[in-house]
Design a protein around this ligand. Structure first.
Ligand code: GLU
Length: 461
């Protein structure tokens, strides 16, 4: 009896593995050279094996074949005129990946590295992240290879206006709702919304989120991704008898996610000793002075190395990857994709790191994640940990629909509750599907099941 049961499991496993491997081969052929997209897909496919073993119905309905193919990918020209009167051309993108549980939702990234692979990996991640929030939002993402660094305010405005002149054909409060990401924050959102309003000739506040408070933004949206990251990690730590209080933390990046992760970690009693930008990192053993970082980054738009002019006891190091050589209890990668490779992971582990919380999207390579899990380092994957940003975006949409606004405390309370739920859902799924303590598997399965259920209900579309 025992043997035959294990034989059945073996056959089911073999069938699920073959199914997933065949699909991955097709995806590889169909999306050649899209390494970031393939990396994001591989992680999900590997996580889903136990689902297909337990529920073969998902194999029969082509859910995986459909969920890995965007519903739509829009690529467009963005012409604009620089301050010298020269015509410039950038490429704009919007991927509308999955609308099974709500309108496409996801940010816009303006960065020279943006291409179809980056936008597709981000849009694909967003499907599962958004489902994890428990709110009715589908998965989308967009952006441009435009580099905002060093551009004047007028250039930024003209670029945003040109970008929206084309994008407005494809979005709407019930269709697709963009927001910010790297290189797109309050200023850009303002210009994008202004142009949308002008072209549409109506006030549709819910067409974009991350808006300023003066015109339909939500309190706590600015803080949400960073705060949510820390709320999630605190849950994860508490579950193992640990806490932020008294711990040493390294946060990479110094953008919106990093700043508010630093703020909340410090409020919970941690000492955050380092942060970075794309040029290098600062190390301040006394704890980062956040008002200096906020002034440099949010107001003056300067480089992080200026920090040492104000705090000469701190150290600046050119180059970013060495930030992970700084000994810490908790690492919060909040900068960008693949910033923790296998070597950085080894360094973190050698120096005794206890927990990793991914504030950025896909900041750890697949090998790095495998090592963290193997070495029993607490690991919170990005699509669960950083979901607070998009969750509060969805709350911004709710407030816009109701034409009212909640207080900071109300939104913050809801955010805490959402992050707690995401953590619990991920733990529950990891246990139910035979991978206890593996939140990568848990979060991926929890997000997938929500979307798959809706896809099954809608028929083959
Ligand atoms: N760009 C953020 C993310 O990666 C936020 C998206 C949103 O608010 O729609 O989730």
């Amino acid at each position: 009896m025992k043997t035959s049961e294990s034989e059945i499991i073996h056959i089911q496993q073999h069938a699920a593995e073959k199914y997933v491997n065949d699909i991955y081969e097709t995806i590889k052929q169909r999306n050649p050279n899209e390494n970031e997209f393939l990396q994001a897909v591989k992680e999900i496919l590997d996580s889903l094996l136990p689902v297909f073993m337990k529920h073969p119905k998902y194999m029969e309905n082509g859910i995986l074949e459909r969920i890995t193919e965007p519903e739509r990918l829009i690529i467009f020209r963005v012409p604009w005129v620089d301050d010298n009167g020269k015509v410039r051309v950038n490429r704009g993108f919007r991927v509308q990946f999955n609308s099974s549980i709500g309108p496409y939702k996801g940010g816009l990234r303006f960065h020279p590295t943006v291409n179809a692979s980056i936008i597709k990996f981000l849009g694909f991640e967003q499907i599962f992240k958004n489902a994890l929030t428990g709110l009715p939002i589908g998965g989308g993402k967009g952006g441009s290879d435009f580099d905002p660094k060093g551009k004047s305010d007028g250039e930024i405005m003209r670029f945003c206006q040109s970008f929206m002149t084309e994008l407005c054909n494809y979005i709407g409060p019930d269709v697709d709702v963009p927001a910010g990401d790297i290189g797109v924050s309050a200023r850009e959102i303002g210009y994008l919304f202004g142009q949308y309003k002008r072209i549409r000739g109506g006030y549709q506040a819910g067409v974009i989120t991350g808006k300023g408070l003066a015109y339909g933004g939500s309190l706590t949206r600015k803080e949400a991704t960073g705060y949510g990251t820390v709320y999630f990690v605190e849950e994860m730590l508490n579950n193992s008898g640990l806490t932020f209080k008294g711990s040493t933390v390294v946060v990479s990046g110094s953008g919106n996610v990093s700043i508010y992760a630093i703020e909340k970690a410090a409020q919970l009693g941690a000492t955050v000793v380092a942060c970075s930008d794309s040029n290098g990192y600062i190390y301040d053993p006394l704890g980062i002075n956040l008002s200096t970082v906020k002034r440099l980054k949010e107001v003056e738009r300067k480089r992080i190395k200026e920090y040492i002019n104000v705090h000469p006891h701190a150290k600046y190091v050119e180059g970013c990857s060495n930030i992970w050589a700084i000994p810490c209890d908790i690492a919060l990668p909040c900068a960008t994709q693949n910033e923790i490779d296998i070597n950085s992971a080894k360094l973190l582990i050698e120096n005794g790191v206890k927990a990793i919380g991914e504030g950025a999207n896909m900041p750890s390579t697949l090998e790095a994640i495998e090592l963290f899990l193997q070495q029993k380092v607490l690991f919170g994957p990005g699509k669960a940990v950083n979901a607070g940003g998009v969750a509060v975006s969805a709350l911004e949409m709710s407030q816009n629909s109701m034409r009212l606004s909640w207080t900071f405390e109300e939104v913050d309370e809801k955010l805490k509750e959402i992050m707690k739920n995401i953590y619990q859902k991920s733990v529950k799924c990891s246990e139910e599907f035979g991978h206890p303590n593996n939140l990568v598997v848990g979060a991926n399965i929890a997000g997938f099941l929500t979307v798959a259920e809706a896809m099954l209900a809608h028929g083959i579309i």
